[in-house]
Design a protein around this ligand. Structure first.
Ligand code: AMP
Length: 261
């Protein structure tokens, strides 16, 4: 499978290829086709699986396919934190490098004034944290009535952080007819229920978590008496020249391990 097989257009393939990616990841193979067909998608995938590009590439293409004369925002991506909003805006910038589309992110932590100025220009895709979006909407600075695609990123985190009502209030402001993409790292019952209130006959895309251990890493278990533990650890770290990150339960143990001769 390559990016062309996914029916992605050349400007997107060019941008992706320039990042150094030679082929789509599993979630990209599974999520891009239904998104391009206009279907709602619920995706469960961890960070590191290429999940962001899995929805960013097709939504850019959908936007490009029909670009009516407009000034309104057409895609809304909701994400729980400012850091994630920044990352998403960066990703949008990378994949839309060869497309005449504009994106903006609004989130807490930067003065609302600068965001208002940016919102006066044309914005095709808005990335937002729910709280800041509602602030701007309450002050009548944002028109969400022409949104064609809603993306919920990290939905489980959104729920855990208590944003469920904010998200519901945002959804009420959107047109009834729209495409919904819902991504979550985990899919417990509460998240599934939440997805059910937003999505319409979705295609479900689940990918297995990325392996957390590199194939070249050797693993071993070593049973030792409690009092010998620090010695054994220090010995293993020094003698075997192991590059490692050691987690300890207390600061005290961390200090002891570092000070071990
Ligand atoms: P994400 O799952 O969105 O957190 O992405 C994890 C990482 O995978 C990011 O650094 C992406 O730049 C990278 N990535 C996205 N698509 C691909 C791909 N097709 N091949 C290799 N890496 C990718």
């Amino acid at each position: 499978m390559n990016f062309k097989n996914l029916n992605l257009i050349n400007p997107i393939i060019r941008a992706v290829t320039e990042t150094g990616y030679s082929k789509p990841t599993e979630i990209q193979c599974n999520a891009v086709p239904p998104i391009l067909e206009g279907r709602d998608v619920v995706g469960s995938a961890q960070s590191g699986t290429g999940k962001t590009a899995a929805f960013v590439m097709p939504i850019l293409q959908l936007l490009k396919r029909h670009t009516p004369e407009h000034k309104e925002i057409r895609i809304l991506i909701l994400t729980p934190t400012s850091e994630l909003a920044i990352q998403l805006e960066e990703n949008l910038g990378i994949y839309s490098k060869y497309l005449p589309l504009s994106q903006l992110s609004v989130y807490e932590g930067i003065p609302i004034g600068s965001q208002l100025a940016a919102l006066r220009k044309r914005v095709d895709i808005l990335v937002a944290t729910p709280g800041r979006l509602l602030d701007l909407q309450n002050q009548r600075h944002i028109d969400l009535s022409k949104i064609e695609i809603l993306v919920l990123d990290k939905a489980d985190k959104m729920l855990n952080m208590g944003f469920i009502n904010d998200v519901k209030n945002v959804v009420k402001l959107l047109p009834q007819k729209r495409q919904n993409l819902f991504f979550s790292t985990t899919m417990p019952g509460s998240v599934r229920h939440f997805a059910g209130t937003i999505l319409n006959n979705p295609v479900e895309v689940i990918v297995s978590p990325v392996s957390s251990t590199a194939q070249t890493a050797k693993q071993a278990v070593c049973f030792v008496e409690k009092e010998k533990k620090t010695d054994v650890q220090a010995d293993a770290l020094q003698k075997k020249n192991i590059r490692s990150l050691v987690f300890t339960r207390t600061k005290h143990v961390a200090n002891k391990l570092v000070q071990q001769p």
